[in-house]
Structure formats: structure tokens, C-alpha cells
Design a protein around this ligand. Sequence first.
Ligand SMILES: Nc1ncnc2c1ncn2[C@@H]1O[C@H](COP(=O)(O)OP(=O)(O)OP(=O)(O)O)[C@@H](O)[C@H]1O
Ligand SMILES: [Mg+2]
Length: 246
Amino acid sequence: MKEPKLIEAIGVDKQFGDTKVLRNCSLAVDVGETVVLIGPSGSGKSTFLRCLNLLEPPTGGDVFFEGRNITSDLRHADRIRRDIGMVFQNFELFQHLTAAENIMLAPMRVLGLCTADAHDLALDLLKKVHIPERSDHYPDELSGGQQQRVAIARALAMRPKMMLYDEPTSALDPEMIREVLDVMAELSADGMTSICVTHEMGFARRAADRIIFMEDGAIIENANAADFFGGLVNERTQRFLDQILH
Ligand SMILES: Nc1ncnc2c1ncn2[C@@H]1O[C@H](COP(=O)(O)OP(=O)(O)OP(=O)(O)O)[C@@H](O)[C@H]1O
Ligand SMILES: [Mg+2]
């Protein structure tokens, strides 16, 4: 039997009041794939990610996770958010907790880990994101790049089956972007299924299997990386690339 896709959106629509924000968006992602999602501001990239993990319920269409329709019953939402880690532009760490404590919180509350096990897990994950020495620091004692890596470690602590990144480096000073993209690329290389909203095309070239271009709430292009970087893109995608690359 054919393996189901890890996640598959079929004809997803999203409407806020009278405003149609997503139009018939379909995307299927295999286990281990890294997909980079690009598009102009307001094109619906964040909304699409949020529909995939049910932070926003789609107003039409379906989302399947491991072959199960998760939109048909919103009671799946808690479970899905556990299986899908999400990282945002502004880190959103708890300011009154140390790096380690930020990571320990959900595994203790949701997975029932004891303090000692959660602490061991936090240190392992801080090693994975290359800042084990920062475990006892509070967010305001960390650089933006370090805070974002704590946020990635915090997402990983729930042992997600995939990661969503929404412009994870766009609030960072240029010298810190690389260290965050390196961690994301390492996770992808280790087989973490990922969808990344980012306009860092160097990262896309290095880590992406596929590039998606969205415009006006629709998926205009869904290209494998070799075709995309070989210049086989449609005219609208090319026009957008010319804008962001020049
Ligand atoms: N909660 C909401 N209520 C009403 N409109 C919304 C809501 N969230 C998003 N929108 C609208 O949906 C459209 C798509 O927004 P979205 O944030 O998904 O775009 P985006 O591609 O992520 O943009 P950016 O690159 O600026 O982050 C925008 O026109 C936005 O104003
Ligand atoms: Mg956005």
C-alpha cells in the first residue's frame, strides 16, 4: 500500500468575514521533505501554515495528517499541535523562565516528564542547537539568534513529527541569521519534515526539496528545487524573485 503523505492540504480555503485569504490551496508533503514557502506580504503564507496545524480552522477544504482528516474534527487540534512544532518570527519565549525552563515546560505539563528527565532533555536539545552553555540564561540575556534557537529547541521538546517555521530569521540582525538557518538545515538533513516560510534563498538552495510560491491566497508554483534553481519557474514567480533578489 502507498504510504500516506505526512501532511496533505486539499483545496484549503480561508475566509475572514468577506475577505478570502486562501483560495483552494493544495500541498502534500512527504516524510523527510523540506519545503520552502515564499510569496509577497499578505499573500497568505502565515495563514496557510496556521491552517495546517489548525491554529486557524480552514473555512473550506481538508487537511490530512498521516492520512487522517484533521479538519473534520477539531478535537484533533491539541494532538496535532503536539505533532507539529511551530517557530515564529518573534521567538515568543517566556521571559521569566530560563532557556532550559522554557524547553522543560511543555514536556513536563503535557508529556508528564519529571523535572530531572525534562532537564536532561532540555540540555540535549540545547546541545543540538549549539548553545548548551546558555541553559541558565533568561531570554533577555540571550542574543536574538540564541533566543530563536531556544524556541526551536522548545518546539523539538515535544518530539514533533514535523516543523513549521514562519519567517524565523526576519527579526534577526544579519550576523545572527546564519546560526539559525544552520540549525534548521541540520534538522532537515537529519530527516525532520519541515515547511519554512523564508525568503533566505541561500537556505532554500541548501536545504529545500521543493519551493512553493503563493500569491493572492493561491499556490501559484510548486517546483522541485532542481527545477526551481535551474530557472524553470513561471513568470509570476520569476518577477517576485527578481524583486527580492535585487
Ligand atoms: N485574523 C485575521 N483577520 C482578518 N484578516 C486577516 C487575519 N489574519 C490575516 N488576515 C489577512 O489575510 C491576508 C494574508 O495574511 P498572512 O498574514 O497570511 O500573509 P503573509 O503572506 O504571511 O504576509 P507577511 O509576509 O506580511 O507575513 C492579509 O490580507 C491579512 O490582512
Ligand atoms: Mg506572514
